[in-house]
Design a protein around this ligand. Structure first.
Ligand code: FAD
Length: 309
């Protein structure tokens, strides 16, 4: 059995593996895809101390860094169940779609999250070519240009306020008849001169020129009329879904499905820790996931040295 089994090998899991391996404890890391969301990212400009890098390059560096230590790396494995230890200090078990089962004294969950997509034509083709999901990451790429934000909940309205300070014009499209964001955010949004809000708008297509986004098409749900807007970027803000379906009923999840953790990355189950986008920690960013992974690893080490076996 492992001392620590890390499920998920994005920035959070990778950092956790490096930290536990450096303590000399038996570490395994297992994931569907090494690198996680970073693999889907073109340009990264906010990973501190690295002015600019590319996702696949950073993913490769994460893997190289783990490989510099004695860590069992297992990829292409999808976890389907977690069976916590029956007694305090016992072994936890993780079961995989492949039929494999692994046991460990402590487990770090770092299975990340995925952005909810609009599922309209053009969205996939123009991902990272104008279709974006993270205003903190990609906002500056659209400096002085026109963009749209899809979604009028808190994250959509926050994104519109954020982007309005960077881009020339923001159109916020809300599917329903009212914005769902907090009143104070809506008030702030209404005060901005370069933001337009269109309600009851259903985005139907991302329009591109073969290279990049040039606009979007939407349907006015009241009149069924179709409209087009010319713009350079589309920020989709309709939700971030944590990869926790397989954990339902095993440990405490928030109403959004995130793993509830304390400030030491402890979950509601003794000996099981969690880090990164999959948790309740706010702001889903690489630099934050890396820090949380290190924290979960140190907490797990603290737990192990107190087990006394
Ligand atoms: P993830 O990166 O999501 O990794 C999750 C890991 O868990 C993966 O290895 C995955 O295969 C594995 N996994 C999931 N479910 C299972 C399962 N059931 N069984 C086994 N393994 C599983 N952040 C920035 O800071 N700067 C940026 O510029 C930036 N740009 C982005 C651009 C895009 C297009 C996207 C999608 C995200 C971007 N982000 C950016 C966000 C950033 O990528 C995430 O915050 C970060 O990757 C989170 O790390 P994580 O380790 O928590 O999770």
């Amino acid at each position: 059995a492992f001392d620590v089994l890390i499920v998920g090998a994005g920035p959070a899991g990778s950092a956790a593996a490096i930290y536990t391996a450096r303590k000399g404890i038996r570490t395994g890391i297992i994931a569907e895809r090494l690198g996680g969301q970073v693999q889907d990212t073109l340009s990264i400009e906010n990973f501190i101390a690295t002015i600019e890098t590319e996702g696949p390059k950073l993913a490769m560096q994460l893997e190289e860094h783990i490989k510099a230590y004695d860590v069992d790396i297992m990829s292409l494995q999808c976890a389907k169940a977690l069976i916590p230890a029956a007694e305090k200090g016992g072994l936890h078990e993780v079961q995989f779609e492949s039929g494999a089962r692994l046991k460990a004294k402590s487990v770090i969950l770092s299975t990340g999250a995925r952005w909810r997509e609009m599922n309209v034509p053009g969205e996939k083709e123009y991902r990272s070519k104008g279709v974006a999901y993270c205003p903190h990451c990609d906002g500056p790429l659209f400096k002085g240009k026109k963009v749209a934000v899809i979604g009028g909940g808190n994250s959509g309205v926050e994104a519109a306020i954020d982007l309005a300070g960077v881009v020339s014009h923001v159109t916020l499209l809300e599917f329903g008849s009212e914005l769902r964001a907090d009143a104070v955010l809506q008030k702030k949004l209404a005060s901005l001169p370069n933001v337009e809000v269109i309600k009851e708008a259903q985005t139907t297509e991302v329009l591109g020129d073969g290279q990049k986004v040039v606009g979007l098409a939407y349907k006015d749900r009241k009149t069924d009329e179709m409209h087009k807007i010319e713009l350079a970027g589309i920020f989709v803000q309709i939700g971030l879904v944590p990869n926790t379906d397989w954990l339902k009923g095993t440990l405490e999840l928030s109403p959004q499905g995130e793993i509830v953790i304390d400030n030491r990355c402890k979950t509601s189950v003794d000996g099981i820790f969690a880090a990164g986008d999959v948790t309740t920690v706010p702001y889903k960013q690489i630099v934050i996931a890396v820090g949380e992974g290190a924290k979960a690893a140190l907490s797990s080490f603290d737990y192990l040295i107190r087990l006394g076996n």
